[in-house]
Write a protein that binds this ligand. Structure first.
Ligand code: G6P
Ligand code: MG
Length: 219
């Protein structure tokens, strides 16, 4: 039985992926690396420091910076990102998401946040949806990022619900892998066909409690 739905944030609840990309693109261009939308797919679901490593490796310059310089770069990116998200309003919830939260709550299904973003709780508040969440995983306490299953397993553990009764919703390849590695049913939004999401939708407007109930099966 489906007892909990574990949500990724960026690209699932709201389109902050575009703000992450804008902030990274700005930082990268300052050091002569040009990023395009396709490259951005590799950054989705990936932690701040891991994203920076992917960008610097792409520019062949990871070793040209000290660990301290890299810390400073990540801070700069986060500063720019925070400027971009401080105006977010509930209007920026993706289609169907608020209704899904209401329906899940009314049907006694638990709701968790499984996002790698340290800005997650702030964004939930800005979107005025924090009260729907039964639990929020603190990514600062995790040892391994997506595609490792740790974040989804921790969410299930915090809820006290077996993995087999959880659904994970993701927009990234790393995220779908993480959900599957946790032994959960994986819903993918706009993800490539070949990564094997158990249910694929093009838009969040297709995410209804009815479709989750009807497609859900034990992994
Ligand atoms: C999410 C996003 C990533 C981002 C990561 C860390 O997983 O999809 O693009 O790098 O969170 O976010 P933060 O807000 O902590 O830098
Ligand atoms: Mg995402």
């Amino acid at each position: 039985m489906m007892k909990a739905v574990l949500f990724d944030l960026d690209g699932v609840i709201t389109d902050t992926a575009k703000y992450h990309f804008k902030a990274w693109k700005h930082l990268a261009s300052a050091i002569g690396i040009s990023l395009d939308e396709q490259f951005n797919e590799r950054l989705k679901g990936v932690s701040r420091m891991d994203s920076l490593k992917i960008i610097l490796d792409y520019g062949n310059c990871f070793d040209q910076f000290t660990a301290l310089e890299r810390e400073k770069m990540a801070e700069q990116k986060n500063y720019a990102y925070k400027q971009l998200i401080q105006e977010i309003t509930p209007n920026e919830l993706l289609p169907g998401i608020r209704k899904l939260f209401v329906d899940l709550r009314d049907n006694g299904i638990k709701i968790a946040l499984a996002s790698a973003s340290k800005n997650g709780p702030y964004i939930l508040e800005r979107l005025k949806i924090d009260s729907f969440f039964d639990t929020v995983v603190d990514p600062a306490k995790l040892r391994n990022g997506k595609p490792d299953p740790e974040i989804f397993l921790t969410a299930a553990e915090q809820l006290g619900i077996d993995s087999k009764e959880c659904v994970g919703i993701e927009d990234s390849v790393a995220g779908i892998k993480s959900i599957h590695a946790a032994g959960m049913f994986a819903v993918g939004i706009g993800v490539p066909e070949n990564i094997g999401a158990d249910l694929r939708v093009v838009s969040t407007s297709e995410l209804t409690i009815e479709s989750l109930f009807s497609h859900f099966k034990h992994q």
